[in-house]
Design a protein around this ligand. Structure first.
Ligand code: ZN
Length: 347
């Protein structure tokens, strides 16, 4: 089913639809993050007043000083939390989650017309500042005509996501990472990439190729969020919370605690599955330093990747509604988690 929205009107994931939702934002503030490689405007929305964290040093230097308050003194202040949707353009589950979240915040009801106090109350109680980038890789989202992969075989996901080589064969995963930027080698450029063929998860973070990367790193640095969750789709996974590589152990301990809290919410809702916290590897020096790790190192956030079920025509397919409810558990888990202990665990 390539037009999920026809049957499930709450499945709002298109660029124009998200623009319309952002145009109706009254309680938050909508700003431009950057212009994409393809010249499209990447927007973000913020809720809650920005705190002055009294910055005296950048993050690396504050770590060197053994005092994170030199970077962001959060004592007694509200935390900032961040959600990033569609880093990969065909992974629309998080965009649908975000669209419904914004509707909940703005109107008290989601796009199904239902109030979800578990989300709205936990957000209110947390008193956090929330920063949302609904469609980060807007070029990839524009290139992906389907609004979900629900009911589709894995080959469709491979085609729309990772694209085809010039000879028409699927680039596949992880084969699509063998050429980067991939643009000149692609026959059909998948939604993984911006219009320059850059996979924003695997930019060169110390000398960025994509302007989207530069802008997002700057935003993370300016906001100093305590937690950043990148919303992805991971086939028919049971909603995994991936731990980032190259971060201190206390960051991943915090993520484990968060995953447990989210899982409790899923059980309470009667959902058939629980989020699984997944360590990405046992090696001390894993090979990949990706966007999730980079975000931590620019701002110290508990940074993670959420892999949502995509409802493919395979085993363990979730319905659109189940995918939405799992995102609600993720959001409310993020809002209600106690983020005050992170700096206390430092050194
Ligand atoms: Zn992804």
């Amino acid at each position: 089913m390539f037009n999920t929205k026809e049957k499930y009107p709450f499945w709002v994931t298109g660029i124009e639809d998200i623009e319309k939702i952002l145009a109706c934002v009254k309680k938050g503030e909508v700003k431009e993050l950057c212009t994409s490689a393809g010249g499209r405007s990447v927007k973000y929305v913020t809720y809650g007043k920005k705190e002055n964290y009294n910055r005296r040093a950048n993050y690396s230097s504050a770590c060197g000083a053994h005092d994170l308050s030199c970077y962001a003194d959060k004592k007694g202040k509200r935390h900032t939390l961040m959600l990033i949707g569609a880093t990969h353009g065909q992974e629309t589950e998080g965009v649908a989650g975000i669209a419904n979240l914004i509707s909940l915040i703005e109107t008290g009801r989601d796009l199904r017309g239902i109030a979800v106090p578990s989300v709205t109350e936990s957000l209110k109680t947390s008193d956090c500042r929330l920063v949302i980038v609904p469609i980060y890789n807007i070029d990839g989202r524009a290139r992906c005509a389907p609004d979900s992969m629900i009911g589709e075989p894995m080959e469709s996901l491979r085609h729309y996501g990772q694209g085809n080589w010039r000879d028409g064969t699927l680039c596949g995963w992880p084969g699509c990472k063998k050429v980067h930027p991939i643009k000149e080698s692609a026959g059909f450029l998948g939604a993984y990439f911006n219009d320059s063929g850059v996979n924003l998860m695997h930019d060169n973070f110390f000398a960025p190729m994509a302007r989207e990367t530069v802008a997002l790193m700057k935003l993370c640095d300016q906001e100093a969020p305590s937690c950043v969750i990148g919303l992805h789709g991971g086939g028919n996974t049971t909603n995994e919370l991936l731990q980032p590589d190259y971060v201190p152990a206390y960051i991943n301990r915090e993520l484990l605690a968060l995953a447990e809290e989210i899982a409790e919410k899923q059980t309470a809702l009667g959902l058939k599955s629980r989020v699984r916290p997944l360590p990405t590897g046992e090696c001390v020096t894993p090979p990949s330093f990706n966007l999730t790790s980079a975000i931590h190192h620019v701002c110290g956030a508990v940074s993670c990747t959420y892999e949502s079920n995509e409802g493919l025509a395979e085993n363990n397919a979730f319905t659109p509604e189940e995918i939405l409810l799992h995102h609600y558990c993720l959001f409310s888990g993020m809002f209600s988690h106690d983020w005050n202990n992170i700096t206390e665990n430092f050194y």
